[in-house]
Design a binder for this molecule. Sequence first.
Ligand SMILES: CC(=O)N[C@H]1[C@@H](OP(=O)(O)OP(=O)(O)OC[C@H]2O[C@@H](n3ccc(=O)[nH]c3=O)[C@H](O)[C@@H]2O)O[C@H](CO)[C@@H](O)[C@@H]1O[C@H](C)C(=O)N[C@@H](C)C(=O)N[C@H](CCC(=O)O)C(=O)O
Ligand SMILES: Nc1ncnc2c1ncn2[C@@H]1O[C@H](COP(=O)(O)OP(=O)(O)OP(=O)(O)O)[C@@H](O)[C@H]1O
Ligand SMILES: N[C@H](CCC[C@H](N)C(=O)O)C(=O)O
Ligand SMILES: [Mg+2]
Length: 492
Amino acid sequence: MKLGKLCAAAGLACPSGEDQAVTGFAIDHRKVAPGTVFGAFQGTQVNGEDYIAPAIAAGAIAVVARAEAVVEGAAHIAVAQPRQTFAQLAAGFFTPVPEHIVAVTGTNGKTSTAEMTRQIWRMAGERAASIGTLGVTTPDESVSTGLTTPDIVTFLSNMSGLAREGVTHVAYEASSHGLSQYRNEGVPVQAAAFTNFSRDHLDYHTDMEDYFTAKMRLFGEVVSDGATAVVWLGETDSDWNRRAADHARQRGLTLLTVGEQGEDIRLTSRKPTQLGQTLTVEHAGQQRQITLPLIGAYQVANALTAAGLALATGTDASLVWDAVARLQPVRGRLERAVIAPSGAPVYIDYAHTPDALEAAIAALRPHVSGRLITVFGAGGDRDHGKRAPMGAAAAGASDLVIVTDDNPRGEDPEEIRRQVLEGAAGASEVGDRRAAIRTAIAEAGRDDIVLVAGKGHEVGQIIGSGENMQVLPFDDVEVARECAAAIARGAA
Ligand SMILES: CC(=O)N[C@H]1[C@@H](OP(=O)(O)OP(=O)(O)OC[C@H]2O[C@@H](n3ccc(=O)[nH]c3=O)[C@H](O)[C@@H]2O)O[C@H](CO)[C@@H](O)[C@@H]1O[C@H](C)C(=O)N[C@@H](C)C(=O)N[C@H](CCC(=O)O)C(=O)O
Ligand SMILES: Nc1ncnc2c1ncn2[C@@H]1O[C@H](COP(=O)(O)OP(=O)(O)OP(=O)(O)O)[C@@H](O)[C@H]1O
Ligand SMILES: N[C@H](CCC[C@H](N)C(=O)O)C(=O)O
Ligand SMILES: [Mg+2]
């Protein structure tokens, strides 16, 4: 494809080299091959503009960068917002893309909602995929990308790769980092959902308003004109969710509200049963009773939001509601790893914010007659301010709390635990995560439940950063099973 044609498709004037053939796109100079368009971005660690000369030496034919950047020997596509322009240009190259694309944002519930949307489509007979924290999940396989929102080149090449494999429906997870760095756009988005909003990532965003503004780019700029915005409006009023709905209205999107206070999919009752919950839902003038085979109010929110997304892409309503009743658990989200020798079930959950810990504990509470024992920690090199509130959320709602390590990265694990413990009155501390899980399982009696939170589907403990970073194999589900087996054998 010619550079001039790609520029024209993105509505840009091509400064030079119109007839040159573009062979690919890269944002890292080490991935540049002859014929590549290079995006030079100012990052959090380094300035990509410093790599323009080596990128050109490696064969870049055009560079998207600020006007101030020095570009010699290649076309300089000079713009104020290089990340956005690069995404628009690359979108013309990575085609075609699946016909039905939806996105999910919010502090918690993005992965679950995207994955459930994929499941609903699949059960309705569509070839569907999802892109998010769990990686790229297609009808045939699941491949990890390492980030929730991959970089823009990986994102767009995945989209066009999926279309070539015959995938017609994709749900992707739009993290606030991804949205503010223009890592997930350039494709027509037919519908987008907003799940909820609470504290996270204030190491990256200056405050909650800044974090919210990043998320609202989804409704404001990323979705197509005339798209549908699916907004969760739960039992307890959230100003953030109301504001998200207002943003959607202001943009002229079709608003589909879901939840106890939702108008389009209204949840009128929810009764926990032993293996799931019975829901009464009103949609399109009909009342339906649905048996959701998952526990936890939070999974109801995600399942109904996913139903809203599927409906917005034209999936038949009766197929959608039948599928909701057959949803499979999402890996690492209230996943029951094992039943301890005492009879206590051990659940693994990805809760890593104060709000998520509260939601996960509330999900298990109706199922405990004894004590709820929570094991968790907070990630290193991430928002410090959420640590004490996480401690408070866990201590406030559990009967016993063990604070442990969760990806200390470049920080001193003891100091992270200390910050968590500041909010967790009465909690105990066991730094080694395996020992903490073993202690909790050994302590649990027949009527108790153990919740191990923070890592969910993750399979490694990240220790150190930069060149000293190590990922030690660690899977909460496996470790819980091993500890339960060791306790059963009477091993110390
Ligand atoms: C803070 C953050 O979001 N960083 C991400 C961001 O990096 P950045 O733009 O700041 O990049 P940088 O390292 O400063 O480099 C600047 C530019 O120079 C380029 N470069 C750099 C070095 C070099 O030798 N040559 C070169 O060309 C880089 O490719 C980059 O374009 O863009 C990179 C490429 O897309 C990401 O890999 C990187 O993720 C880092 C590893 C990360 O840990 N991100 C986490 C915080 C994250 O993004 N998490 C979110 C949300 C989590 C959630 O679900 O809640 C996610 O979406 O995964
Ligand atoms: N709708 C919800 N409301 C509140 N908490 C939730 C909700 N959905 C999920 N959670 C909690 O958040 C955790 C993470 O869920 P999930 O992975 O779906 O969210 P996410 O938004 O993708 O997270 P991340 O930002 O890390 O990618 C769950 O394990 C659960 O504890
Ligand atoms: N996507 C989230 C994952 C956090 C999971 C937790 N295990 C941690 O390492 O903090 C983040 O990067 O903040
Ligand atoms: Mg996620």
